[in-house]
Design a protein around this ligand. Structure first.
Ligand code: BGC
Length: 412
């Protein structure tokens, strides 16, 4: 590698990949998503990648790919299958998962909640309930108090804005409630149309969306305080999905970008009350209203703008805290774009670091192909391909390009 073109990263930078419990573990039947699957509203998740039983072998693969960090989530419904009753065996399982990572020199980052709700909690109204922040904080406090000797870094909530907008504005995800006026928007993409068409529409859904977002922010704030009371030394992160909204010079497009940024980027962050040790960034998309340029698209139909992670990072950098990229990746079953996508993305990250963003790590989404929510198993984000019949794992060529970046702590 010529030193002139080599872009070095700070020492101790974390390089890895991410997963989420429901999407990879298999065998989780007591959640709102499992119920929606039984009702035929979303695809069945079933055994998924059977990562619950195969995590050791999967971490061996991550290690062989040069990863020194890994993000995964704990399934709330396993830990608290009935309200207020915590399951010791489930804690022991996640202790084994964390120990397996530590033993391989892979630093764990745990997400306490990644979209799926225990059935008892969703049947009581989920995050629409007034006391949902207290219920969530009690769960978080319990988990961290049990695992703080094997893991020091926790994310509370995965993508509160995506969860609430797909649940209460689009109606594509449980509880399938749709804001009537969204039908008039020209910019909604088509990928969720099957579930959206069965949603219950109302004008009031918009106000419930705002209430849910508020409760999620309260849940984060309270979880932060309660966790710190029992485990003062752990670090707690607020995870922000930043969809970068930009526009051309047209005044209406500027207004659209402003409204989208307000509700999908600023609204949640404004409600956090100093309860952030560092930010986690999930970045997938950049939308420029009025842009007529044609971009290649991923298997999700999303335009490929990997380098615009730069704007997402500079947005978070204004809060003057460290940042870990907790997710960024591409659905690309044939693996034609992924290597270039990762390389351009890493260059965008490097540029943001030069411009002052305190970025400490990057977790590609995802280590394994997995259950892509209402879209089932067809979309392939993995560095590792899964054969869902045999559960065989096969490393994709792009994973080796990423491996070189991880091992050299640099990109060209
Ligand atoms: C979510 C993941 C999802 C990924 C790709 C993120 O919004 O956290 O669960 O699989 O995007 O759509």
């Amino acid at each position: 590698m010529s030193s002139e073109t080599t872009k070095k990263f700070p020492p101790d930078f974390f390089w890895g990949a991410a997963t989420a419990s429901y999407q990879v573990e298999g065998g989780i039947e007591n959640t709102d998503w499992a119920k929606a699957a039984q009702e035929g509203r979303v695809p069945i998740c079933g055994k998924a990648c059977d990562h619950f039983n195969r995590f050791e072998a999967d971490f061996d693969i991550a290690k062989s790919l040069g990863h020194n960090a890994h993000r995964f989530s704990i399934e709330w419904a396993r830990i608290e299958p009935e309200e207020g009753k915590f399951n010791a065996e489930a804690i022991e399982h996640y202790r084994a998962v964390l120990s397996a990572l530590n033993a391989r020199g892979i630093k764990p980052f745990v997400t306490l909640w990644h979209f799926t709700l225990p059935l008892w909690f969703s049947e009581k109204g989920g995050f629409e309930q007034k006391n949902s922040p207290q219920i969530f904080a009690r769960y978080c406090k319990f988990v961290v108090s049990q695992l703080d000797d094997v893991c020091t870094d926790y994310v509370t909530l995965n993508e509160p804005e995506i969860f609430s907008s797909l649940g209460w504005i689009r109606g594509a995800w449980p509880p399938f409630k749709r804001f009537t006026l969204i039908d008039f928007s020209h910019d909604v993409s088509k990928e969720h149309r099957q579930t959206e068409s069965t949603a219950r529409k109302s004008i009031g859904s918009f106000f419930v969306f705002l209430k849910v977002l508020k409760n999620l922010a309260k849940a984060h704030n309270l979880a932060y305080v309660e966790i710190k009371a029992v485990s003062p030394d752990v670090l707690i992160s607020s995870l922000k999905h930043v969809h970068v909204f930009d526009s051309n010079r047209n005044i209406f497009n500027k207004l659209k970008a402003h409204i989208a940024n307000y509700f999908l980027n600023h609204y949640f962050l404004k409600k956090l009350s100093g309860t952030v040790d560092y930010y986690s960034l999930n970045y997938y998309r950049y939308t420029k209203f009025g842009d007529t340029a044609v971009y290649p698209v991923s298997d999700m139909g999303w335009k490929l703008n990997p380098e615009n992670i730069y704007e997402a990072l500079m947005y978070l950098a204004q809060f003057k805290k460290p940042i870990i990229i907790s997710e960024a990746g591409i659905a690309d079953a044939k693996d034609v774009y992924r290597a270039d996508y990762i390389t351009k993305q890493v260059l965008g990250i490097w540029r943001a670091i030069q411009d002052g963003a305190d970025v400490r790590g990057f977790m590609y989404w995802s280590l394994l192909d997995n259950y892509e929510w209402d879209l089932g198993f067809e979309k392939r984000f993995g560095l590792v391909e899964i054969d869902y019949t045999t559960l065989e794992r096969k490393i994709r060529p792009s994973a080796y390009i990423y491996k070189r970046i991880c091992e050299q702590n640099a990109v060209q």
